[in-house]
Design a protein around this ligand. Structure first.
Ligand code: BG6
Length: 519
């Protein structure tokens, strides 16, 4: 969305630079300081995103990128390391990155602006030297990106504040981007917010949930609010229930140490899955301004009934068709009780959704990779077709497919061809690739670009983070015994107990794997 920082495309163009993508403005001049520049996030996501933004001509020529990390290396080595990882990354995603046509100019543009800055994240010296470096930049606008382990969030923000690096002077912005996990429960999230807001104002803090960087997630609002068809039925009178799934086939992939502390619930539910819930359930905002959109999402989080243990099922993968069990993974305790699967029945206490359950599930080593939301409508009210009783009609289901398929499907009923009036279920589908050119995208492009523009729409506000944790807290700190963790074979649909959660309500999950019925 345009802001006062936007500048017309042609003011900063240089001869060998791509023209900005149609309809977009170049981001304002700014220095991007990445803490954790030697880490995985920088290599796998931030650099490819900067490369894509550069290809699209969306970065200002005066931009500089300072990579802060502990450990000595010079800028030349740093540039080589990142070039190597970008090439490898592009090769792994050849279908969208077209390795053979890697835009060398666009990558070179990024490389020329990269500089390495060795420093400990908790040392005063680092921030004093950084201050000197930043004072020599052409622009006073700075985005500090915390691509670091969560334990460094507090000290980095504190040092930035104490060094005066968060002061916005002479119309320059100073912004902090913070990754998840933002806290581990309500108390720690509150504490972290209080700490950060002691050094920066809320408008300077950009809390990232990378799901919101996905086009297919942003499109949920487009599907809902740019089509007259859906909104009238988007309520308890017509909707039976909603399912939100983020199923993965991968295991913990060498992240055993992190995962042992985190588990599937904290890793995915109060953040990614609640964000999807917010998009599908929020009231229409008055405008697409950051305030309107975030206010409506905050209202939904506030209306989520605190989860109770009886509405939640935890699971852990055991050896199965897809490989060994979680307890055999590196850095995982042989008697670990950490959940790798979580399912929850969520109730929203508001006029629109009273009585409509939202079923959420996520897990590692499941039968398929699938992130999707499916909205299940109620069946028609009476038996009109003699040969097809109402209970044999397939209910309408609108599925918004987020990953890896991008698009929608809609299940509905038609007459089966032939002399008898019989009704049969069919599915129509839309795939993004059939209508739009697939763009190389890692999901961080929009988030980085929006942060430079000062558009907070896709970032988490302090209050929403806290209301989301508040809803999740009773599961994290149960009054009685901790939740049972049920085994499920690696490569399966998840624990039987999660099926029972829905079966108790007379419903069933949409199957994930090959067993998925054609509806
Ligand atoms: C991350 C979680 O936030 O999201 C990971 O920490 C998870 O455990 C990942 O695999 C899923 O994101 P995506 O975009 O691959 O669906």
């Amino acid at each position: 969305m345009p802001t006062e920082h936007d500048q017309p495309a042609d003011t900063a163009n240089s001869a060998d630079k791509a023209a900005p993508l149609a309809g977009k403005h170049r981001a304002p001049p700014c220095t991007l300081v990445i803490f954790g520049a030697g880490g995985d996030l920088t290599k796998r996501l931030l650099m490819p995103a900067l490369y894509n933004l550069s290809s699209d001509g969306l970065l200002d020529d005066s931009m500089q990128i300072v990579g802060v990390n502990h450990g000595e290396r010079d800028t030349g080595e740093f540039r080589n390391e990142l070039s190597e990882s970008l090439r490898k990354f592009a090769a792994d995603r050849a279908s969208t990155f077209h390795t053979s046509q890697l835009n060398e100019k666009a990558w070179d543009w990024v490389v020329q602006r990269l500089q390495y800055f060795a420093g400990e994240f908790e040392s005063d010296d680092t921030f004093e030297s950084l201050k000197q470096l930043l004072s020599k930049m052409k622009t006073g606008n700075v985005v500090f990106y915390l691509a670091v382990s969560a334990r460094f969030f507090r000290p980095i923000v504190e040092h930035l504040g104490r060094a005066g690096l968060l002061k916005e002077e002479d119309g320059n912005f100073r912004r902090i981007v913070i990754e998840k996990p933002f806290g581990t429960d309500l108390a720690s999230a509150k504490d972290l917010n209080d700490h950060i807001l002691g050094y920066a104002s809320e408008s300077q803090v950009y809390r990232i949930d990378h799901f919101l960087g996905k086009d297919t997630v942003q499109s949920i609002l487009a599907v809902r609010f740019a089509n007259a068809l859906f909104e009238p039925v988007w309520r308890r009178e017509y909707i039976d229930h909603v399912q939100i799934t983020a199923a993965e086939t991968i295991g913990v992939e060498g992240r055993g140490r992190f995962y042992e502390q985190t588990g599937a619930f904290r890793d995915m539910v109060p953040n990614h899955l609640f964000q999807l819930l917010g998009m599908i359930a929020m009231e229409p905002p008055n405008s697409f301004s950051a305030k309107s959109v975030r206010d409506k999402k905050a209202e939904i989080f506030d209306a989520i009934q605190p989860l109770s243990a009886r509405d939640v099922v935890f699971g852990q993968y055991e050896a199965g068709p897809a490989g060994p069990g979680y307890r055999q993974e590196p850095d995982v305790a042989p008697d670990s009780r950490t959940e790798t699967y979580a399912a929850a029945r969520v109730h929203i206490d508001n006029w629109r959704w009273a009585g409509v359950p939202f079923y959420l599930r996520t897990g590692k080593r499941l039968a398929a990779r699938r992130t999707e939301l499916s909205v299940h409508l109620k069946t028609v009210p009476f038996r009109l077709f003699r040969d097809t009783p109402v209970d044999r009609l397939t209910p309408n289901v609108l599925t918004l497919r987020i990953d890896p398929a991008h698009g929608t499907t809609f299940d509905f009923n038609v007459k089966v061809p032939g002399p008898v009036m019989q009704v049969g279920a069919v599915q129509s589908s839309f795939n993004y690739g059939d209508f739009f050119a697939e763009r190389a995208n890692v999901g961080y492009e929009t988030l980085l670009y929006d942060c430079m523009l000062g558009d907070e729409t896709l970032f988490q506000r302090a209050d929403s983070i806290e209301t989301a944790w508040a809803a999740a807290d009773p599961v994290l700190h149960p009054e009685g015994a901790p939740l049972d963790v049920h085994g499920y074979p690696a490569g399966s649909e998840g624990p039987a107990e999660a099926d029972a959660l829905l079966a108790a309500d007379g419903r069933a999950w949409r199957p994930l794997g090959d067993s998925r019925k054609k509806s």
